[in-house]
Unconditional design. Structure first.
Length: 201
């Protein structure tokens, strides 16, 4: 029983370590002296895109849809694009870089088994006792990590007043536009001005 308890504790610790390492979160930095409620109009800064060379990562269609997603998020807050004398400027940067990560790999033995924690088609969960299982080890793999950064610059002072960023592994380059749209939504959800009452009605 003590051996099972130790294995149970170790499995829980490993499970939470793996689960937390795979989580992505929006990172935000801002100037606390900025009065964001005064920002009612904006204009675009040139986008900056840096990729690994895959043509699927760089497309004028992707740029347009990212801008549309950002503009839609601002419109929900009563903030709109203006060609002359805007209150602030918006720029976004997107770059793809090669990174490495540790992924689990299980090697089996016909005499080993027990409770397991792992990914199933419907999510993470505990597995039933199994026979022919094995011990879990980890291997290193390279992957493409995409980072989207949205910057807000005061139009008068030209100072950066807000920055939101989100990093996520790219599982399918062909679905990059959809993935970026989701990243925009997560980033803009952290913008200090909330949705206006008109947009919610």
């Amino acid at each position: 029983m003590k051996r099972f308890s130790n294995r149970f504790t170790l499995a829980v610790a490993v499970a939470f370590t793996v689960l937390l390492s795979g989580c992505s979160a929006v990172k935000v930095d801002y100037n606390p002296a900025a009065n964001f409620s005064d920002y009612k109009s904006f204009a675009w800064l040139p986008a900056q895109v840096k990729t690994t060379g895959n043509p699927l990562y760089k497309s004028s269609l992707t740029d347009k849809r990212v801008q549309q997603a950002i503009e839609a998020a601002f419109a929900e807050r009563g903030i709109f694009r203006k060609t002359g004398n805007p209150d602030f400027l918006v720029g976004y940067h997107y770059f793809v870089e090669k990174k490495t990560r540790q992924v689990p790999a299980t090697y089996g033995s016909p005499f080993m088994g027990g409770w397991g924690w792992g990914f199933r088609p419907w999510g993470w969960g505990w597995g039933m006792p199994f026979y022919g299982g094995g011990f879990r080890t980890y291997t290193t793999e390279r992957y493409d990590a995409g980072t989207l950064v949205v910057d807000i610059v005061d139009a008068q002072t030209r100072d950066l007043v807000w920055r939101g960023s989100f990093e996520q592994a790219i599982s399918n380059p062909a679905q990059l536009t959809r993935q970026l749209s989701r990243q925009v939504a997560k980033i803009m959800d952290k913008y200090p001005v909330r949705e206006s009452a008109e947009s919610r009605s």
